[in-house]
Design a protein around this ligand. Structure first.
Ligand code: 2OP
Length: 231
């Protein structure tokens, strides 16, 4: 029986690991510095996307990713040759999938869920990363915020995803490890499931959703025990 909820997955941090890119810097920098670059890079990438959207401006996520890497290197006073920087940027389209992604997605498809992606990534970034991670075949729709030129957590991408899936927002459940994304989805009228991979702290401007899991493989059981989720 098909599920009454479409499951819409965030990508970076939820299906693939952006912080794991640190290992590609380890030949060039000491491991602690490589980890710092990866962490600041990711933080600044999101920060730039938030500020662009607050200003009503749009530059795509590839642009945010490049600017954020430059910032992380400058902040930590680290230098990379232009060719090293290009190869690191290229690695962003080849991030490691989390080991729970394939078993979870395959189980959810077997249960009749419609699965889609909604990400800040550009269409080209998403096609590349989903192909490289072999996750592409699980998804009916790949939805990029590029289509509305506003980053999550603006309500526009979430409402656009509902329109693309031809469902009311309340019949979409966003699955994300990023708590700002959960707050954004719920405030646009979607349901949500937070993948709390590291026992992290939820953003203070909202509260956790009705589903909180530590691994994507916990999602089917969590859906079964959630009131209002009728499989
Ligand atoms: C994504 O949209 C928020 O980076 C995260 O995939």
């Amino acid at each position: 029986m098909p599920s009454n909820e479409a499951l819409v997955f965030d990508v970076y941090g939820t299906l693939v690991d952006p912080i794991g890119i640190a290992r590609h810097l380890e030949g060039r920098l000491p491991p602690a510095d490589a980890a710092d670059v990866a962490r600041i890079w990711r933080h600044k990438q999101l920060d730039i996307s938030f500020r662009l959207t607050a200003m009503g401006r749009y530059e795509d996520f590839a642009w945010c990713t490049r600017k954020a890497l430059d910032h992380a290197l400058a902040l930590l006073d680290k230098k990379l040759e232009p060719s090293e920087k290009e190869s690191l940027i290229a690695r962003y389209n080849d991030l490691e999938p989390f080991p729970d992604a394939v078993p979870a997605l395959s189980g959810l498809l077997d249960r009749g869920h419609v699965l889609a992606v909604l990400s800040n990534g550009t269409p080209a970034m998403l096609e590349a990363i989903l192909d490289a991670s072999r996750l592409r075949p699980y998804f009916t729709e790949i939805i990029s915020v590029d289509e509305v030129r506003a980053f999550k957590p603006s309500p526009l991408p979430y409402r656009h995803a509902a329109m693309r899936l031809n469902l009311p927002p309340s019949r979409l459940r966003l699955v994300s490890s990023n708590s700002f994304d959960i707050i954004g989805a719920e405030s646009a009228g979607l349901r949500a499931a937070w993948v709390d991979r590291s026992g992290g702290v939820f953003e203070p401007d909202g509260g956790p959703p009705d589903i909180v899991i530590r691994s994507l493989t916990d999602l089917p059981a969590a859906l079964d025990s959630t009131p209002g989720h009728d499989r």
